[in-house]
Structure formats: C-alpha cells, structure tokens
Design a protein around this ligand. Structure first.
Ligand SMILES: [Fe+2]
Length: 187
C-alpha cells in the first residue's frame, strides 16, 4: 500500500474541498494514535484515516447513509487497494451501515473522525482563526458546552477511553497532529 496511490484516489473520488482537508486531518490524528498504540501499523492507520470518507461524493447522504462505508470499500477493492483491517475500520466509523467496532484501529478511527471537525470548529471561533492559537483546555471546555458544535459526536470522541487514553490526552494529541499540517488543512 502506497500513500501516493492513496492520495491519488482521494483526489480522484473526492472533489469536495473540505472533505479532502478533513481526510488529511484524520490521517495525521490516526498516525499519532498509531505511534502510541500500534507503532508498526502507522502507515495502515494513516491510510485508513485518509480514505475513510472516499465515498463521500458517491453516496446520497440524504437517502441512504447505510451505503457510507460499504461504497468506499467497493471502490477500494476495484482499485486493488487496502486490506481487511482497513475495510473494517472504514466500515465501522459509520454505525449507520450496521457494522460494529471490533479492532483497536476501528475504535481509533471512530474517535478520530469527529474530533478533527470539533477542533476545526473551535479554531474558527478564535479571533485569528489559527489552529496554533487553540489550547487543549478550550477543547475540554467546549466538550462540556453541548450547545457548541451540537452535531459533533461527543460520545464517539470520548470513546477513546476504551483504548486506555484519557480524553484530555486525546485532545492534545489530535490538536498537535493538526497543528503539524496546519497549512495543508487551511487552519
Ligand atoms: Fe470523516
């Protein structure tokens, strides 16, 4: 599995700019989580993050959310890319398709997906709208303020606890992972 091929597929199938930047953000959070939990699988975890929304522009979210995940796997198989562990994580990040979280990587992606959007939303309320200005403590504070970014799946983010990681640590790791690629993700 080659990251250049993964990036080429992302650009081939996803044309929505904010989904592309979101994909890079999830990739880097997944890499950071892998370095902590399964260092030998960093590339695999990163590419699962990069490709988890590959079918974003191919499924009709209004009428059939259950295709989000399975459709991405269909495309990946057509392209001859990925493995079962990657397919499992991509499927399990969307419980609406009926799949269950089983592996550590499944859990990591389920939590990493919403936290990137949440940190992005927090960045955009800062006066300079720069992720470098965001503090871990404001992520924790906003987590408790359920009116803020009400659609963010807090339960999914908090479920990182199942991997023995405190939410505050996850917030810091995710923030740092996004700061590293601030330019690429437009923050
Ligand atoms: Fe996503």
């Amino acid at each position: 599995m080659d990251r250049r091929k993964a990036v080429a597929m992302l650009n081939k199938y996803v044309t929505t700019p904010h989904i592309i930047t979101h994909s890079y953000a999830v990739e880097n959070v997944m890499r950071a989580l892998a370095r902590k939990l399964e260092p030998d699988s960093e590339d695999l975890w990163g590419m699962a993050g990069l490709l988890h929304d590959l079918d974003n522009d191919l499924v009709d979210w209004q009428t059939d959310m259950s295709l989000h995940g399975p459709k991405a796997i269909e495309v990946l198989k057509e392209e001859g890319f990925g493995n079962e562990a990657m397919y499992s994580a991509i499927c399990a990040h969307n419980p609406a398709n009926g799949s269950k979280i089983e592996s550590i990587m499944d859990r990591a992606l389920y939590a990493a997906d919403p936290i990137t959007g949440f940190i992005r939303a927090i960045t955009l309320v800062y006066p300079d709208q720069k992720i470098k200005s965001v503090k871990v403590k404001s992520i924790i504070k906003r987590m408790k303020d359920t009116r803020f970014a009400a659609g963010a799946n807090r339960q999914a983010m908090k479920s990182i606890n199942h991997l023995g990681i405190e939410f505050s640590e996850f917030a810091e790791l995710s923030l740092n992972a996004m700061v590293e690629i601030a330019n690429e993700i437009g923050l």
